[in-house]
Design a protein around this ligand. Structure first.
Ligand SMILES: Cc1ncc(C[n+]2csc(CCOP(=O)(O)OP(=O)(O)O)c2C)c(N)n1
Ligand SMILES: [Mg+2]
Length: 365
């Protein structure tokens, strides 16, 4: 049963007010899961159970949950390396996600990608990419493919691709070439800048022009844009949903400057000398998770405090199990995995590189 909506103005007064309680409670559940997952990830990293680069998403949860809430599950998604939240919110099992970080064969990329390369084809997540901006032409390609399939091949339906990038990718040539092409060919890719104010230790206004008017960069390519507060999942949805609907319908590109903030350092090895503790604390006061929990409990009145506690307990349990699953899984073997998945090979069971490595002629030559 949908509870009476008590809010008038502010969070949840727009389109989200018409959604079922299940949906908005589901958003909170996703955000709680991501946060618990990230907390466990940090401690596993500190215990050296996770190696390589590892970037934590805590603080930004509403950005991914609110934008995913506005699209279909089969709309393709591609993102950068701060990707655990995207993977979980798309439906990847925490077990598989954690196992990938632990470098285990049960991970989404058989443990060969790690934290930065979450990939989940059934859930339409096309990575997890470590090169800043590299995913932006891929986003255009995924959207072009979807439009081609619907319009030229007469299959499927109108789709949009959500292509996430950090503010640090704003000056990559790849993004500008991709936006230009998306503008010219009317490709339904939506560039979502998860603008957390920093690219590693460089504040946004030290690294890019027009930091307070990022939309101008999109305007240069004839791309429609929005600037959206990413701290409140309901108001984010309220603004993003109608934008997506029009872009989907008219099959053209979009650009969103989504204001957010990361609480942790850039990666697990960041002394954070570029910002003060007070600055971080200031953002934590408007924490997206607390805010949505408060909205559901005190304003919309569809969630009890006990149910919220239960939700947090469940998430903790789920993540604990994910760690146990990852720990209990085997590592990929050199014989089995070193040469597999290096190149795509349409001929099933024939890996050119593996055969080459075993002394046969390389079929690619
Ligand atoms: C092409 C390229 N240049 C530099 C780097 C090193 N690098 C890794 S992350 C990063 C900062 C990116 O910041 P941002 O895009 O804002 O993402 P955030 O970490 O804030 O999510 C840089 C410069 C890289 N991975 N790729
Ligand atoms: Mg950033």
């Amino acid at each position: 049963m949908t509870a009476m909506v008590k809010t008038r103005g502010g969070a949840g007064a727009g389109l989200s007010a018409g959604l079922s309680d299940d949906v908005v409670i589901g958003w909170l559940r996703d955000m709680v899961l991501i946060r618990e997952f990230e907390l466990r990830t940090m401690s596993a990293y500190q215990q050296a159970k996770i190696g390589g680069f590892c970037h934590i998403y805590i603080g930004q949860e509403a950005a991914v949950v609110g934008t995913f809430g506005a699209v279909e599950h089969d709309d393709p998604v591609v993102t950068a390396y701060r990707d655990h939240g995207h993977a979980l919110a798309r439906g990847m099992s925490p077990d598989v996600c954690m196992a990938e970080m632990f470098g285990k064969i049960t991970g989404c990329a058989k443990g060969k990608g790690g934290s930065m390369h979450m990939f989940d084809r059934p859930n339409w997540l096309f990575g997890g990419h470590g090169i800043v901006g590299a995913q932006t032409p891929m986003g255009a390609g995924l959207a072009f493919g979807a439009r081609y399939e619907w319009e030229v091949m007469g299959r499927g339906k109108k789709k949009v691709c959500l292509c996430y990038l950090g503010d640090g990718a704003l000056n990559q040539g790849a993004l500008h070439e991709a936006m230009n092409m998306a503008g010219i060919l009317s490709i339904p890719v939506i560039y979502i800048v998860e603008n957390n104010g920093y690219s590693m230790g460089t504040a946004i206004d030290r690294g890019t022009t027009m930091a307070d008017k990022l939309w101008k960069k999109a305007e240069a390519y004839g791309i429609e844009h929005r600037t959206i507060d990413g701290f409140d999942v309901c108001s984010l949805y309220d603004e993003f949903r109608p934008f997506v609907d029009v872009l989907r319908d008219e099959q053209r590109p979009g650009f969103v400057d989504l204001k957010t903030y990361r609480y942790q350092g850039h990666s697990m090895s960041d002394p954070q000398k570029y910002r003060t503790k007070e600055e971080v604390a200031g953002h934590q006061e408007k924490d997206c998770l607390d805010r949505h929990a408060h909205h559901l409990m005190s304003e919309r009145g569809c969630l009890s405090e006990d149910a919220f506690k239960e939700m947090q307990k469940d998430a903790k349990e789920q993540v604990k199990e994910a760690v146990a699953f990852a720990e209990g899984s085997a590592a990929p073997t050199v014989e089995g995995e070193l040469y597999s998945d290096v190149y795509a090979n349409p001929q099933k069971n024939l890996s050119p590189v593996r055969d080459y490595a075993h002394g046969t002629k390389n079929p690619l030559q």
